[in-house]
Design a binder for this molecule. Structure first.
Ligand code: GCU
Length: 351
């Protein structure tokens, strides 16, 4: 986002990042922090605060588009007091790192997958569970219901200095392979399947007959291409925008879970907003969620069409066989009372 109110400093920084990658990113962030308030968000010498938001998606992905527009709207609604600079493509690091960066304030915000948060508070695991959400509509209702998720979203403030603002859908996740079509869990037998860094998702791969290999998102293409992994699982938009279809052309609609991404923000930064600015921030976020959900449906369809046109094969599978294979996971993983209470609230809200 090249904003009028925010100065050359941040434009230069972005150019530099594109050219130099992560090492450059760290240096650039340090240089930028040193020039204003001693390490916090850039204020470019002007009156506004530019918050850095770390994202692991491309600029064409619904999350980038909705967040970039959120930044523009926030700048307008706060009279230039707050802006958001979205850094896409893991430029600032993979999610495991950017989660830490948001916690220690070296960036203000990040989008992280629910699997990352389950490692900080196991209650998040409940929402990462296959079968937690029937579909995206129900997922979005639940993620916007403070009676169900309010406490959870505030649960990392004291220990991690992180507030969860809300969730974007990751859509329905399905399996894909370099080897051939996956029609039943048996077809995954012996395949090394990339999973997110999560014990639950490792167990999920095992329950499907595969061997789980945790990898950061940005490493999946190379992993598939080099044969380090044979398979992965993700939504159609990631499959297309990360070009995984080029190296793993067999996509099977296992739809084994509806995943969630969270917008996290450094709690101190959030608390430094005036009441009016915070209200504008919340309103901007609500609009971003709506835009994201709309774009999600459009781009999902387009991603399938584009990948297919480029040679990928999409197969419907025996979905019941996949669900059955995963049926024991809730009992195995949801062992705390707080987890079962959350599970009951989520499942209860879906009738
Ligand atoms: C989706 C999700 C990301 C996540 C990725 C992954 O693309 O939106 O937040 O990192 O899956 O599988 O790692």
């Amino acid at each position: 986002m090249a904003s009028s109110r925010f100065t050359a400093q941040h434009v230069t920084r972005r150019t530099l990042l594109g050219a130099t990658g992560l090492a450059g990113a760290a240096a650039a962030l340090a240089a930028c922090g040193g020039g204003n308030d001693g390490g916090g968000a850039s204020n470019g010498g002007g009156s506004g605060t530019m918050m850095r938001l770390a994202l692991n998606q491309t600029e064409t992905h619904p999350s980038y588009i909705a967040l970039d527009n959120f930044g523009t709207a926030l700048e307008e609604s706060t009279g230039g007091a707050w802006g958001i600079d979205v850094f896409p493509n893991e430029t600032l690091g993979a999610q495991q790192e950017t989660l830490q960066m948001a916690s220690n304030g070296s960036v203000e915000m990040s989008i992280v997958s629910g699997t990352q948060l389950e490692n900080l508070n196991p209650d998040f695991l409940t929402l990462n569970m296959p079968g937690a959400f029937d579909n995206i509509d129900k997922q979005m209702q639940i993620l916007q219901d403070p009676a169900i998720v309010g406490e959870l979203f505030a649960s990392l403030e004291e220990s991690q200095n992180i507030t969860v603002i809300g969730g974007f859908t990751q859509g329905e996740r399905s399996a894909y392979s370099t080897v051939g079509p996956i029609m039943t869990p048996a077809d995954l037998n012996g395949q090394k399947m990339r999973v997110q860094e999560s014990d639950l998702h490792l167990a999920m791969a095992a329950a499907l007959g595969a061997t789980g290999t945790p990898l950061a998102y940005g490493e999946v293409y190379t992993g598939l291409n080099s044969g380090v992994i044979d398979a992965a699982e993700n939504n159609e938009i990631s499959y297309f925008t990360q070009a995984h279809y080029e190296v793993a052309p067999y996509y099977s609609f296992t739809r084994h879970l509806v995943g969630t991404d969270y917008l996290i923000i450094n709690t101190e930064t959030l608390n430094s907003m005036s009441e009016e600015d915070r209200a504008a921030f919340d309103e901007g976020w609500a609009t971003a969620v709506q835009e994201h959900t709309g774009l999600w449906a459009e781009q999902t369809e387009q991603a399938v069409a584009d990948a297919e046109a480029d040679g990928a094969a999409f197969n419907e599978v025996d979905a019941d066989a996949f669900q059955e294979a995963l049926a024991a996971l809730p009992e195995e993983f949801l062992t705390e009372e707080s987890q079962t209470a959350l599970w009951d609230a989520i499942r209860g809200a879906q009738g």
